[in-house]
Design a protein around this ligand. Sequence first.
Ligand SMILES: [Zn+2]
Length: 521
Amino acid sequence: MLHLSALALLALLPADPDAVPADIVIRGATLYDGTGQPGRKGDLALRGERIVAVGTFTVAGQPRVVEGSGLVVAPGFIDLHTHSDTALLQPTTRANLCYLLQGVTTVVTGNCGSGPTKVAAHFRQLELNGIGSNVIHQVPHNSIRQQVMGNANRLPTAAELKHLEQLVDQGMKDGAWGLSTGLIYNPGTYAKTEELITLAKVAARHGGFYASHIREEGVGVLGAIHEALTIGREAHLPVHISHLKASGQQAWGKAADEIALILEARAKGQVVSADQYPYTASSTSLAATLVPPQFREGTPQEFLARLDDPVQGPRVRQAIQAAIDGRQAGKSVRIARYPSRRAWQGKDLQSIATQEKKSVLDIVLEIERHGGASIVNFNMSEEDVRLIMKQAFVATASDGSSQVPGDTVPHPRSYGCFARKIGRYALQDQVIALEHALRSASGLPADILQLPERGYLKPGYFADVVVFDPQTYRDQATFDQPHQYANGVRYLFVNGKLVIDQGKYNGTLAGKVLRHKNLAE
Ligand SMILES: [Zn+2]
């Protein structure tokens, strides 16, 4: 009975006092801890919902061992800028699969000033349904302004401003992380800087930050960054510039000036950061792209009446025509989603006009008369995109939303943003170092949010962890075929729970709502 006596002998040996009890151990991988330090070989142990050991250690118990040789281990990615607000409530998209398969474990909603305004109720609903990734929310300025004042092009009255302040205050008390604005969109575009400072002060009182889709991303972009910086200085809170870019050919090359302006503010001690999606096209609504804000006041019916008005109509059409002219006569604008004519999805405005034997302006007006469309706008230079991604203050963020394959032709960023930046720009083309790309997706966004216990591989931190194969981790989604999941994520842990196992999603909804800790007295 040699076997038994060997066991008995083992029992007599003193247990290693330093051995780490663990549920899962990833062995022999290259660990990138989120700080921007180069990777180092080591092990990672998880227990319950936490990381318990990083590097070299012995393990107690009988954990599941994941062979990590040849694989990269990094903190789960944090996407500061998504529009998944409602998608995360839907049965088909609540798992957030197109993001999980990129290695994203936390998404931020309430961006560009748009999203649920009743924060506590929204959080309860998310928790009741279950979610695939963690969710962080911001108080959305456009949505609260719409609620208080409708789509009105004017200053708020004193009473309305008070009401807006109360809504920001309540949202922050309920666990929002800050105030977000979208100053090209209705009705936030009608807000003056003073209103935004007043509301940002409320977020500041709770330790929140100010995130902004700034007023201008084209030739006037520097003025718009100035406005954001002013709001941060006056309201005493960190400023975050969403999807930093230089949009439109006339603005190409301005990325260097944008960066210089932000670095100058940072050098003076202001807390300023930005995010970016690594593509040369943006995506939003056709109306926000081509119709100037002064013509977008009121209801959709009022807009249509304005088009038919003998005095205003020609002015609106002239303004839209000028916007079309500035976008390669419609060639750079592609329809992503237009339920009224699905056959137009994936085609640019000029091709549609040629095919329909109409002018581009007529096509635009027809679309607006039939409920509007979302579009993809090819408006950036590759040089600007690359320059922005090299900056230490620029996080990776998709500006996309949770979706599943369908007949629309959306921007590929929802499926590919992180895999593109890390897999293509860092690993394949070496435009940036891998450790820089991984930090911009983990430690940096955690720092920007001041998010505790996430974003780094550290003992005691929550076990949001991605394990990917650097040989195959790439985006697959293209502008022509966007509904393609990313390749190469082998394992993904959300709050210590395995959700992607050997490249396959196992159906677990392990996400949590992450509520901001209220700092106000
Ligand atoms: Zn935006």
